[in-house]
Ligand binder design. Structure first.
Ligand SMILES: [Zn+2]
Ligand SMILES: [Zn+2]
Length: 85
């Protein structure tokens, strides 16, 4: 694929030029101004959340599991009593 994706810097969606960063962030990275990622990030498209399991973030990992498990167990909604404060 020709498209390398978008910058992995937080809240940046510019086109990647190097090291997973856009031109601006890549320059910052070369100057040592970007924090080194200490954790893997979710491989789900357009998701850069912290890696949880199976190369996905917690949200997408659970979503994937839930989808593969089918509509089995509906979560028991706990009755929320109206707090009289
Ligand atoms: Zn960027
Ligand atoms: Zn994700």
């Amino acid at each position: 694929m020709a498209n390398k994706g978008t910058c992995k810097a937080a809240e940046c969606s510019r086109e990647v030029v190097g090291k997973g960063y856009c031109r601006k962030h890549y320059r910052m990275w070369r100057h040592g101004e970007m924090p080194k990622p200490r954790y893997k990030t979710c491989t789900f498209e357009k998701c850069r959340k912290r890696w949880f399991r199976g190369s996905l973030c917690e949200e997408h990992f659970k979503a994937k599991r839930g989808a593969s498990a089918g509509a089995a167990a509906a979560p028991a909604a706990p009755a929320a009593p109206a707090a009289t404060a």
